[in-house]
Design a protein around this ligand. Structure first.
Ligand SMILES: Nc1ncnc2c1ncn2[C@@H]1O[C@H](COP(=O)(O)OP(=O)(O)OP(=O)(O)O)[C@@H](O)[C@H]1O
Length: 615
């Protein structure tokens, strides 16, 4: 897909993005970050300045009241700064990660829910989604801490400037020595960061695999196969291998960091030793006062901390910004379909509308061959269409195209004569009630699963009608809480579990409740028992009255109640007609039908007439 191209985000744009996010959520957080940076320098500076004041006062022989006043003022200032620091740190600590993670989670979840289905399904975007998800796994993840990183960086830069000024005032040579050592340290750290950057993509892939394997090991859906096919040792083996590779890569990064820290420690020793020796020389030669000696001695000791603080916080910030890029990269995935204002949908007498496919083809992303090509047909208002074909022929793909989940890679689909891409995507979706093969239940009660609305908005009378029509009412009546029974046990401890067939009935009830002008059923009876299935067939006319219906089934007998049958084969419509026409034609449909009908009547039935008695 051409839209998989990634955007590049500058450090500045990421910083502004994060700042805006926090400013909108809680401006106090950013103010506290700034305060934290200022007092983060103020507190230690006043602490090292106090001994100088004390010594200078003593050597100058000031009066006790002057001494108490000057030292007392400093102590008061220190107490005020300390209080401001505690408050600012508390707010930033509590707010920054939480605000970021909540906002990121909200926006990423919104993106997951609203992006084009076709894009959501594409492997390239799925990887981008996983990266975004990993970048915001906790409120300690780097991308969540950008304001604090900036505050740390600002504090270290301020500390560097203030302490540097104190040191330079004694002798510029000392600062030169300190700057050279900082440069060497920066190079060591840059190398460490380069290792981190170079291995990032691969580490991310390995973490994705570990994540997947953990998911497989805990998902009940795969749990049966894991146990019955003894897949445990296989999964453990793969996990072990991936974990080994992942650990190797992480160790490489950790080793780079360790080397940088060791070089910093060695350099500090040389740098501080030389600086202290120089200071002692100045003191012994009477070129500086004892008070200044104490101040500068302490400043040199702390200066190394500011320097390495700049390097560390800058590199943390770079990492955080790059993780924020992963989140933004996912959020900025463009919509392929029209999510803005669209052409007015057909309404009133124009419903259900005519749907026309003109030379439609579809190729899955990364697939070499098209799944469908040159599909031409028209579905008339209220027509009942059956789509049949072998496994993998493209039936589901065709209905995904029809209901706008996929966009044709060639040709066009029109609804009421208008290209469907001109309609607003979500308005277009409102025209379709669908039951797909994979049924998802949501963590609310049965009524909510059918209405897909809140209890206040749900029409319970209609829910009951749909339950009766879908054949699930008997089951629901037998439940203590009826349609208020909760589903999805993972979320609700008192939820119930539905069988495969019951889920299928519930999905049908959901489609009926939506009451859209076009109903699409993809194998809606595959999991139903023969009686329930037969009831659906008998009620099919009632279920689809006033609507256009499209019905996919491998039970070819069930397609007889449709007005027209399309057989998909070789990527196109190979046969099209009524059941009788296709049987007379004697092509693939007739062949499939005859093979199947033999199974039902054990060879007694040789033609279509005896297959099923249908309404
Ligand atoms: N998301 C996807 N990405 C890539 N290829 C896909 C995807 N979904 C389906 N396909 C491929 O497209 C082809 C048609 O699949 P489709 O699900 O439309 O077939 P079908 O006729 O509905 O099959 P069945 O009768 O088994 O349900 C298959 O070969 C399948 O491998």
């Amino acid at each position: 897909m051409s839209t998989e191209k990634k955007a590049a985000y500058s450090a500045w744009s990421n910083i502004m993005y994060s700042m805006q996010l926090h400013w909108r959520a809680r401006p106090l957080t950013l103010i506290c970050c700034a305060v934290s940076a200022l007092v983060g320098v103020g507190v230690p500076f006043v602490s090292i300045y106090m001994p100088k004041i004390v010594i200078d006062n003593i050597t100058a022989g000031v009066t006790p009241s002057e001494f108490i006043l000057s030292v007392g003022l400093m102590a008061l200032l220190l107490a005020a700064l300390n209080s401001a620091k505690s408050y600012a740190d508390l707010i930033t600590h509590e707010s920054v990660g939480t605000i970021s993670i909540l906002k990121h989670l909200q926006t990423v979840m919104h993106k997951h829910l609203n992006m084009d289905y076709e894009v959501l399904e594409s492997p390239g975007y799925a990887k981008r989604g996983e990266k975004a998800w990993r970048a915001m796994q906790s409120n300690h993840s780097p991308a969540s801490n950008i304001p604090r990183n900036l505050s740390q960086l600002l504090m270290n830069v301020l500390g560097f400037l203030v302490y540097g000024t104190v040191i330079v005032s004694v002798h510029p040579l000392i600062i030169l020595l300190l700057a050279i050592s900082a440069g060497i340290n920066w190079l060591a750290l840059s190398r460490a960061r380069k290792v981190e950057r170079d291995t990032r993509e691969e580490r991310s892939k390995l973490q994705g695999k570990l994540w997947y394997l953990q998911k497989v090991s805990k998902e009940p859906s795969g749990g049966k196969d894991v146990r019955l096919y003894d897949l445990g040792s296989l999964i453990r083996g793969i996990f072990q291998n991936v974990l080994g590779s992942s650990t190797d890569k992480e160790q490489k990064v950790a080793t780079g960091d360790m080397k940088a820290q060791l070089s910093d420690a060695a350099l500090s020793l040389i740098r501080d030793g030389a600086s202290y020796a120089f200071l002692i020389y100045l003191l012994l030669n009477g070129e500086m006062t004892l008070g200044s000696f104490v101040l500068v001695f302490a400043a040199i000791g702390a200066f190394a901390g500011w320097l390495s603080g700049i390097l560390t916080s800058a590199s943390e910030l770079i990492r955080a910004l790059s993780e924020l890029s992963d989140i933004r990269d996912y959020l900025d995935v463009p919509d392929l379909s029209n999510t803005g204002p669209g052409h007015a949908l057909p309404s009133g007498d124009l419903l259900p509308p005519t749907i026309t496919l003109k030379n439609v083809g579809y190729t899955y992303p990364d697939a070499k061959e098209p799944t469908l090509s040159s599909i031409d047909f028209e579905i008339k208002p209220g027509e009942r269409i059956a789509i049949v074909g072998a496994n993998g022929a493209g039936k589901t793909t065709l209905i995904k195209l029809l209901c706008g989940l996929y966009q044709p890679t060639c040709g066009e689909i029109t609804l009421g004569g208008v290209d469907i891409t001109r309609y607003n995507r979500d308005e277009y979706f409102s025209l379709f009630s669908t039951v797909f093969q994979d049924i998802h239940l949501f963590c609310c009660d049965i009524a909510g699963n059918i209405s897909q609305q809140s209890p206040e908005e749900t029409d319970y009378g209609k829910v009951e009608e749909c339950l009766v029509m879908s054949g699930l009412m008997d089951k629901v009546r037998g439940l203590e809480k009826g349609e208020s029974t909760l589903l999805v046990r993972r979320v609700h401890a008192d939820a119930i579990e539905l069988s495969g067939g019951e889920k299928q009935k519930l999905a049908l009830a959901r489609a009926l409740y939506k009451d859209a002008p076009v109903i699409i059923l993809d194998e809606p009876t595959a999991a139903l028992d023969p009686i329930a299935e037969s009831e659906i067939y008998q009620r099919y006319a009632e279920l689809t009255v006033g609507r256009t219906s499209i019905y996919i089934s491998h039970r070819l007998a069930s397609t007889r109640f449709c007005d027209r049958i399309l057989l998909i084969d070789g990527g196109g419509i190979a046969e099209c007609g009524t059941h009788d026409e296709l049987m007379r034609y004697g092509g693939k449909y007739a062949e499939m039908f005859n093979v199947q009908s033999h199974y039902y009547k054990d060879g007694e039935v040789t033609d279509h007439e005896g297959a099923f008695h249908l309404a």
